[in-house]
Design a protein around this ligand. Structure first.
Ligand SMILES: N[C@@H](CCC(=O)N[C@@H](CS)C(=O)NCC(=O)O)C(=O)O
Length: 222
């Protein structure tokens, strides 16, 4: 695996090795990506953000696909030379280091709940990101109905989180962190599509947790 970094050619470009010839942990990063934000929010929550070097790279840069065939961000290069993706895997890896309380509960109902919330909040992103791109293209009938279908998924996911908003804590699980990043993405990219009126309890939760370090220190830019 260490060869991956050397072959990728970014050792010389961005110091994949430190002065002692050891790999440093680094994350392929975009300041506007909600999935990158999620990984960085986990690093903040775990108290290890200062150990993750930012590697700014475009998703069309040929170097990225030499370590991640999907050429996506985030991709995490670990300090033993592994390339990890996608964000659920990266977050679980970050949860395995550091000494702060874990974001992935041990096997049992709390774990399944946290993973399900992560999947649902990732689903908001998975429906919203491509929708934003499609909205900017010529609107034929197929595209209009696809956009409406994706928007419907987001609305249903918001309704599901509203129904369990009373149970949400202070970004103590991967589900809550992902949800915070997903709501932040809606505000960031779809400010003209208000979601709070239909989800007042979720809005109150989000207002409370937005000021906590994992979200406050990872506000998107772009
Ligand atoms: N499921 C992935 C999604 C990552 C993703 O789609 N990232 C976007 C940036 S926000 C990307 O790299 N897009 C480039 C592409 O799809 O080619 C994750 O959770 O990490």
């Amino acid at each position: 695996m260490p060869g991956v970094i050397a072959e990728a050619g970014f050792v010389s470009q961005s110091a994949g090795l430190n002065l002692r010839g050891r790999y440093v942990m680094k994350i392929a990063f975009s300041p506007a990506s909600p999935y990158v934000r999620k990984a960085m929010a986990c690093a903040v929550a775990r108290g290890i953000a200062d150990k993750v070097e930012i590697w700014r790279i475009g998703t069309t840069d040929p170097v990225l696909k030499t370590v991640n065939p999907l050429s996506k961000v985030p991709t995490l290069m670990t300090d033993d030379g592994m390339a990890l993706y996608d964000s659920p895997v990266i977050c679980e890896y970050l949860d395995s280091i550091g000494s702060a309380p874990g974001l992935f509960p041990p096997a049992g109902p709390a774990r399944w709940k946290a993973l399900q919330q992560q999947a649902l909040a990732d689903g908001i992103l998975d429906a919203s990101q491509p929708r934003r791109r499609e909205i900017g293209l010529p609107q034929d009938e197929g595209r209009v109905s696809w956009i409406a279908l994706q928007k419907g998924k987001v609305d249903m996911a918001i309704a599901a989180f509203e129904a369990e908003a009373d149970t949400l804590g202070d970004l103590t699980t991967i589900g809550e962190i992902t949800l915070g990043c997903a709501l932040g993405y809606l505000d960031f990219r779809f400010p003209h599509e208000p979601w709070r009126e239909a989800a007042p309890k979720l809005a109150a939760w989000y207002a409370r947790v937005s000021g906590l370090a994992p979200l406050a220190q990872t506000v998107p830019v772009g």
